[in-house]
Design a protein around this ligand. Sequence first.
Ligand code: MG
Length: 258
Amino acid sequence: MIIKKSPAEIERMAAAGAILVKTMNLLAAKIRPGVSTHELDQAAERFIRSQGAEPAFKGYRGFPGSICTSPNSMIVHGIPGPYKLARGDILSVDVGVVLEGWVADGARTFPVGPVTPIAHRLLARTEEALHIAVGQCRAGNRLGDVSHAIQKHVEAAGLAIVRTLVGHGIGRSMHEDPQIPNYGRPGSGPWLEEGMVLAVEPMVTAGRHAVRVGEDHWAIYSQDGSLAAHFEFTIAITGAGPRILTPWHEAGNGRAAA
Ligand code: MG
């Protein structure tokens, strides 16, 4: 069952999203060669708590970090730790914020200094796919329209959509119905309606789509070792169209050219 939110509830989710945006911008300023993912985690947790909010991932099914930090071929769910970023890495950062019981979820893959042309294309294309998906989050469309738009843009560039990981509805719980695959047929799936809030999150590799789980039972990697990117917005479907509740791109940090 998809739980719809009132305009007042969407405002409360937007307040959680605003803290998420500030957290992401703070991390963007810290990401550079030599910084450990543990340092990023600590900075994020300190900031989120200073805002009267909580990191949504901390303790979620026993997850030990406040954010997920997933470098290079790691797609998602990386536990922050001693790993130090190196020049030329890419780092996917996933942040969840709970404010007064309402959750916002967002992710972004950062280049660490100059990166290879393949990495650059992977990041740009994945972020573009997310923005194209936002445009499909309208009442009267169907969920398959969102999924298909992502798949089309990613696969046209010769990149692969990760199939075993999906986006999700979001609200008082981080994961609500519906599941949102990043591939699918247009005109299929549930109808989108005003008041739905969706965490749309393309996960893309520069190789093949198969994944493997790491030894810590959390980290998920591309099976072939290819680079992976992850971009995510929490998006509300409103009477005025799609509204991004975690709009870090408006701060001018790293929005890919269309
Ligand atoms: Mg998510």
